[in-house]
Design a protein around this ligand. Sequence first.
Ligand SMILES: C[S@@+](CC[C@H](N)C(=O)[O-])C[C@H]1O[C@@H](n2cnc3c(N)ncnc32)[C@H](O)[C@@H]1O
Length: 185
Amino acid sequence: MMAREKKLKPESNAAYKTYIWFCKFTDLIWNPRRHLKRIPLKEGMAVVDYGCGPGRYTLPVAKLVGPKGKVFAVDIQPLAISTIKGKAARESLTNIEAILVDSYNTGIQSSSVDLVLFIDTLHLIRDCDALFQEIHRMLKQDGTLFMDPGHMKMPGARKIVESTGLFTIVECRGHDMLVAPKAKQ
Ligand SMILES: C[S@@+](CC[C@H](N)C(=O)[O-])C[C@H]1O[C@@H](n2cnc3c(N)ncnc32)[C@H](O)[C@@H]1O
């Protein structure tokens, strides 16, 4: 019999709401949208925003990839998903699909994604091998993982990515890195 997959639990609603207030405050000082020019985005791309939170990147990225593109906003926290759905509806953005996960399986089609954004979420991941396998599965062969380890220091983040054996770090640039998937077996 197969072992049953353990369901992942989000942080409490209270902790999440505190985080949202913290974001609103820090965004006044450090506008996250400035970060966008560091992300290799093109019109028409299929993008996954993994650990999307309140959508600080999801919404602007959806506008940049345009109606021919798509953004999958993935999070473990129901409040994040409902926030994204509300914001997308208010801004009439029809190219965002919000996905609530309780495991490292997103359900997104294999080899269908051009770019995975993984921003300030690595420090919250308990099973990095499972997560990076899922990212590798979703990405096209010429796709890219854009990773900003946020709360985690870059050398630790590099070590985790390299230990998966699934990716090559193409460029490491101060706060973020561009990572390419190795060929699928
Ligand atoms: C610090 S926030 C970063 C949000 C966003 N990327 C940003 O930079 O504004 C981390 C997010 O990752 C989500 N998260 C944590 N573990 C996760 C998992 N295993 N799968 C998906 N999302 C997860 C949290 O619920 C939270 O919304």
